[in-house]
Design a protein around this ligand. Structure first.
Ligand code: BJW
Length: 241
């Protein structure tokens, strides 16, 4: 039977696999994670800079933060973990539905050839107008005087299309229903520090729930059935082959 999740139509007579990824997936490509030893925000509270309040009160700092991150990501390439997800999706597509929801805003899964990836927290490649709410491809770096191509608004209205603290992540309705149907849930390189993604492993009824992380035992209470420790460029390919 086909089930319509809005953006996604799945056939629930086929096995369903859900992959949730986070910053650890792209770490070995050179994109810093947010938290932890080598985290971008080791000395900076995420909520201070990546929040709806910061965007209202000091948009110039938020724009500077995103311009820095965008410039840093330009030369980064997919690693073996991105490639293995893309190849897995292609290899099983005739008999299994694989949904990959990433919290990452980079485009390394797309560059690795992933046939589908859903960006829960938005993406770097597009901009959002806070006046008319349209999204469109990012034209360059963020500046106060960028003009919305749809409604003409300027003055910090054209912002990165990313989900800040205090804003609603994308796709939660279909993700919540989909999680009930999956048989395998994999979490790759995410600390579980941010909700609602941190709760997906609690929301799913999947019998197999695997956590891939470079550090061990970080999410003991998170209801995983398996923990695979190590850099995901090495731990993910053998599992997905
Ligand atoms: C490796 C590795 C390698 C390294 N191999 N592994 C419930 C309780 C309390 C608070 C809340 C709650 N529900 C909601 C909230 C509020 C808030 C929240 O979560 N606050 C927390 C501080 C507690 N959440 C929100 O505001 C969200 N909106 C929301 O909830 O809307 C209302 C709502 C209500 C009810 C239901 C549903 C919704 C929005 C959250 C937006 C987060 N935005 C950011 C910025 C996005 C743009 C950008 O990229 O700049 O998203 S913050 C940042 O954290 C970014 C990430 O996507 C997110 C998660 O981080 P991630 O990916 O896990 O990275 P790290 O660095 O934390 O972890 C990396 C992991 O990889 C580590 O474990 C490493 O060990 C590992 N690793 N190298 C394998 N090579």
């Amino acid at each position: 039977m086909n089930i319509d999740f809005g953006r996604l139509i799945i056939n629930d007579s086929r096995p369903l696999v859900f992959i949730l990824s986070g910053a650890g997936l792209s770490a070995e490509s050179g994109i810093p994670t947010f938290r932890g030893k080598h985290g971008l925000w080791k000395n900076l509270y995420p909520s201070e800079i990546a929040s709806d309040t910061a965007l209202k009160e000091r948009p110039e700092d938020v724009f500077e933060f995103y311009n820095f991150r965008i410039a840093k990501a330009v030369d980064c390439l997919p690693n073996a973990a991105h490639t293995s997800i893309a190849q897995f999706q292609q290899a099983v597509k005739d008999y299994c539905d694989v949904v990959h929801v990433t919290q990452n805003v980079d485009n390394l899964n797309e560059l690795a050839g992933s046939p589908s990836v859903f960006h829960l927290h938005g993406d770097f490649q597009s901009s959002l107008c806070s006046q008319c709410k349209n999204t469109f491809p990012r034209l360059g770096l963020y500046k106060k005087n960028n003009v919305c191509p749809v409604c003409g608004a300027s003055g910090y209205s054209v912002r990165p299309n990313v989900v800040l603290f205090g804003e609603m992540p994308y796709g939660l309705d279909w993700i919540t229903s989909y999680l009930k149907k999956v048989c395998v849930f994999m979490s790759v390189g995410t600390s579980g520090a941010v909700y609602p993604a941190a709760n997906f492993v609690l929301d799913t009824e999947a019998a197999i729930r695997i956590n891939f992380d470079i550090e061990t035992g970080k999410r003991r209470n998170a209801r995983f059935t398996h923990e695979i420790t190590g850099p995901c460029s090495q731990t993910l390919p053998p599992v997905l082959e």
